[in-house]
Design a protein around this ligand. Structure first.
Ligand code: IPM
Ligand code: MG
Length: 355
């Protein structure tokens, strides 16, 4: 029996989480494994109700369960709050930190049925299967930041990018281990021609290579990597990078697969894993049954695999998603001529039925 803490959050978050819970029930019926879910306030909705985007109680519930499933947080409504009350800085980043979720796995896997939905040519993306490993609890996101007024009256803002050898080593090991289980190829992305933190990154990652003789390690500069990702993305398998580069490159990699609405993530390293779609709260389509729940449903599959060690159940979910796409069902973000458009709830139901 496993206990899952649900953090639906804001915007389309509640709709896509409801879709994943529907699929979870189908997994329970199909496999006999029991799951208990409970919900907590997180993000803008938590601020509205309690004055705090990340209530103490929510953290307690998360730490007390076996895994966390998060929808999305944020929206224009909360963008003008003091920085520490905003859903991103006041809730999402502290949650990642408190859970010790330093390794963020973001797979860019294309479903063959969607190879024509990408803005890139089919032959460039068909068969694509990249795993981005993004460092998630360090770097410029968490370094000291401040503003100061200079003697001439102008204002200076500072964000510090720092990494220690320990922080680099632990996330690099996750990437090496994954590469070992996949094709044995690891690309570490940095900006070692300019940044001191990147030079340390490269040294530490290279230093580990001797322990993984079965993994072929390459280094690439982040600007070149961005270019290669649209030129010939299939050259990559596991990609390892620091927090901000990973944020940017994982959005770029997601678009290769047709829609950011398809991409799940797992944030690992602590006792309790955190699972969330990589898309945001999309306030413009919230509450309209338009959102694509597949990214959250695939995040649930990652939870079954990485937190609960139920690889067969995870594969069932992924296979069900694939079948529904093959049959021509699409949400609006991946709609193509000749296909059948369905809403958020119907998509989740179709996937549940095919489990
Ligand atoms: C992501 C998001 C977040 C990030 C934002 C919402 C703070 O873009 O998960 O990629 O930058 O990490
Ligand atoms: Mg991002």
């Amino acid at each position: 029996m496993y206990t899952i803490t649900l953090l639906p959050g804001d915007g389309i978050g509640p709709e896509v989480v409801a879709g994943a819970v529907h699929v979870l029930q189908a997994v329970q019926e199909r496999t006999g494994t029991r799951f208990i879910t409970r919900e907590a306030l997180f993000g803008g909705c938590a601020y509205d109700e309690t004055g705090n985007p990340f209530p103490e109680e929510t953290l307690k519930l998360c730490l007390d369960g076996d895994a966390v499933l998060l929808g999305a947080v944020g929206g224009p409504k909360w963008d003008t709050l003091p920085v520490e009350k905003r859903p991103e800085i006041g809730a999402l980043l502290p949650l990642r930190k408190q859970l010790g979720a330093f390794a963020n796995l973001r797979p860019s896997l294309i479903f063959s049925a969607l190879a024509d939905a990408s803005t890139l040519k089919r032959e460039v993306v068909d068969g694509l299967d990249i795993m981005v490993v993004r460092e998630l609890t360090g770097g410029i996101y968490f370094g000291p930041k401040h503003r100061e007024t200079l003697p001439d009256g102008s204002v200076k803002a500072v964000d510090i990018l720092e990494y220690s050898t320990g922080e680099i080593e632990r996330v690099a090991r996750v990437a090496f281990d994954l590469a070992r289980k996949r094709s044995g190829k690891l690309t570490s992305v940095d900006k070692a021609n300019v940044l001191e933190s990147s030079r340390l990154w490269r040294e530490v990652v290279s230093g580990l290579a001797g322990e993984y003789p079965d993994v072929e390690l390459n280094h690439i500069l982040v600007d070149n990597c961005a270019m290669q990702l649209v030129r010939y993305p299939k050259q990559f398998d596991v990609m390892l990078t620091e927090n901000m580069f990973g944020d940017i490159l994982s959005d770029q990699a997601s678009q290769l697969t047709g829609s950011i609405g398809m991409l799940p993530s797992a944030s690992l390293g602590g006792k309790v894993g955190l699972y969330e779609p990589i898309h945001g709260s999309a306030p413009d389509i919230a509450g309209q049954n338009l959102a694509n729940p597949i990214a959250t449903i695939l995040s649930l599959a990652m939870m079954l695999r990485y937190s609960f060690d139920l690889p067969e159940a995870a594969a069932l979910v992924e296979q069900a998603v694939s079948s529904v796409l093959e049959e021509g069902y699409r949400t609006s973000d991946i709609m193509q001529p000749g296909m059948r458009q369905v809403g958020t709830g119907e998509m989740a139901e179709l996937i549940g039925v095919r489990l």
